[in-house]
Design a protein around this ligand. Sequence first.
Ligand SMILES: [Zn+2]
Length: 268
Amino acid sequence: MRDGRLLWLELLRRRRALLRREHGRALRRTQVLPARERDVPRGLPGLRLMVEELLRGHDAFKRQYLGDERAFLQRLASEGQSPAALYVGCSDSRVVPEVLTKSSPGDLFVIRNVANLVPRLEHADASVGAALEYAVGHLHVPHLIVCGHYGCGGVRAVIDGLDHVAELPSLREWLELVGPAVARARSSGLTGDALWRRAVEENVVDQLEQVTTFPSVTAALGSGRLELHGWVYDLFSLELSVLDRQAGRFVDAADFLEAVVSRRFPPR
Ligand SMILES: [Zn+2]
């Protein structure tokens, strides 16, 4: 009886090993490659991920994390989240916060919507406010980042005139919130891409003001346990700009970081 059970276990072990090898070969054949390495027929439509590829991607993610990061993920699951920042960004599929900051699960509490907006407290849409209040008032995140991006289609739509999206009433109503930023950018006399870039920056500045309509934010700012940050990511160069409040403009993130570090640790 015991020998029979051992034989059965051995057969099961071999069967599992065989399946793992086959599964591994299949995954290697079909692994999700970076867009530039995929066999893209021609043009952007070919870059679209099929759902099948997303599922394979999840499988690869699971194998990686269960292999290398199991203890980390289990601690994260059992101890709850304590993210380093609330990140408010655009829904644009090209601006992925975890990718562009090389963050791990648990690092960022994320709100994403068209044109990275935080409507004022009195706005009818409670979705953004709910996430913001939870992150700031309950999770006590120490940083709140609003990240816009050059090349933002939402901001562009406002520059071009919202009549272009008249057949999309929810989008039109939402994007009206970008109006003041575009108006300020226009008043500077800029046109074309320069106007678009300035409007993206002004829009980030507006959101940083609008988060302060929430009592949980003003309380956290008042007690010194929350810092606000404005970022703009460049889709084309991959560079990140950050709002330098003292200079009153967006500056290169690497330069800003260097300045912050040298202020914190002045050379002797
Ligand atoms: Zn956008």
